[in-house]
Design a protein around this ligand. Structure first.
Ligand code: HEC
Length: 123
């Protein structure tokens, strides 16, 4: 009887802890999934930013404002949040439009993780 009681208390506590953390887990789907980020990047970003993130995708030449080269120092210095904000809201007067509504928060975070990976790679 006592053992059963203890077991139930433990189950209950885990349940309560789970409830406390559930909203946090939903708000940000960490850790970012680089594989998913790669899928998103290749589908939506590569045409401009290039396969290696050098800003040299096939559509880049036709653009008046060159796509960001993620290897440049100024991109490197930006925080994940800054890059995320740019993806979310776009860059005014540039071909980089806002992706909010087209990509989920998770997909944008994954894309940032993939961009970070690309920017560490040599040519
Ligand atoms: C139509 C071409 C185009 C597409 C498609 C595109 N971008 Fe961009 N992107 C740009 C341009 C142009 C800029 C602005 C460059 C600048 O301001 O120097 C930019 C800037 C950025 C920046 C800011 C970099 C910095 O250092 O501030 C990020 C991050 C970014 N793009 C991510 C993405 C992601 C992720 C996708 C795909 C979901 C994407 N872009 C799709 C053209 C594009």
């Amino acid at each position: 009887m006592r053992i059963l009681h203890r077991g139930m208390t433990a189950t209950l506590s885990i349940g309560v802890i789970g409830l406390l953390f559930a909203p946090l887990l939903q708000a940000q789907e960490y850790p970012p999934d680089i594989t998913r980020g790669k899928t998103v990047y290749q589908r939506d970003c590569q045409a401009c930013h290039g396969a290696g993130g050098w800003g040299d995708g096939p559509e880049a030449q036709a653009l008046k404002i060159a796509p960001a080269n993620f290897h440049r120092f100024s991109s490197f210095l930006k925080s994940d949040e800054e890059l995320l904000r740019t993806i979310e809201h776009g860059v005014v007067f540039s071909p980089m439009h806002a992706w909010r509504g087209q990509l989920t928060d998770g997909e944008m975070q994954d894309a940032v993780a993939y961009i970070r990976l690309l920017s560490q790679r040599a040519r």
